[in-house]
Design a protein around this ligand. Sequence first.
Ligand code: AMP
Ligand code: MN
Ligand code: MN
Ligand code: MN
Length: 274
Amino acid sequence: MTYDLHMHSHFSDGQLSPLELMSLAKEKELSVCALTDHDTLNGLESAQQAAQGLGLTFINGVELSATWNKQLLHVVGLNIDPENDFLKQGIDQNTERRQLRAKAMLADFAKHGIDLEEGLQAQLPDSAVPTRPHFAQALIDLGKAKDKKQAFKRYLVKGKVGYIPMEWPSLADVASWIHAAGGVAVLAHPLRYKLTRTKLRRLLADMQECNMQGVEVSTAVTDKQQVDMMADLVQEYNLYASVGSDFHSLDQPWARLGGAKPLPKALKPVWDLF
Ligand code: AMP
Ligand code: MN
Ligand code: MN
Ligand code: MN
């Protein structure tokens, strides 16, 4: 069985529709996949249908933005019930925060003589949530950056035009939404936050307090040494391990769909909890 439990569609900052994404998953010979768009459940129904038609096992997922000790964290909720009202209310809060942030970002760009209003609209299909990569693409289309990397260097980040500081819900809050919907809460890409080892341990301990059970140990960009290091930590904290490529688009060769390697045998996989 080949698993990929972290990927994005065009309902958040991914390139592909849920159907295109599931077709690619089939082509890559994945057996189980989860769609985990940022702060939205809107792509799940069509992904589920597409997966069913293709004979893939589909897991309902979401990637929630949270704030922990002033740090932005991503928490993946896996095997959630997308009809759960408590989860839906929480997600509505995050979607609304994203919409308010997008307005404030547009205003900040306008203040600096950059009109991104139309360019942003062109990036967003109906019922997609606005994300910074949408702004990055609008900046590229306007000739303000040559690629996304440059857009995220010149704009959109702390100290640059288009950066709006955000206070997202707490780890305890997002975990409670996921749990209410019967899901498993997983810390996404733990090494992306560049935490010291001490802080990473504090985070894993705080996760335990919130009954979060999983950590993404294998991602498309983790090497063997990093997987081994995280494997030791999840065993020490008695957590379950997940696998996710964080696939967004075909032009990002470092995060290919299905590009996360299988877990070390000694770990308990999150799907044991599904
Ligand atoms: P947001 O959640 O709207 O703040 O956007 C965060 C998303 O931006 C992440 O999930 C990544 O997909 C993307 N992102 C962040 N930094 C970069 C970067 N330097 N280059 C390309 N994409 C990035
Ligand atoms: Mn993203
Ligand atoms: Mn993420
Ligand atoms: Mn992601």
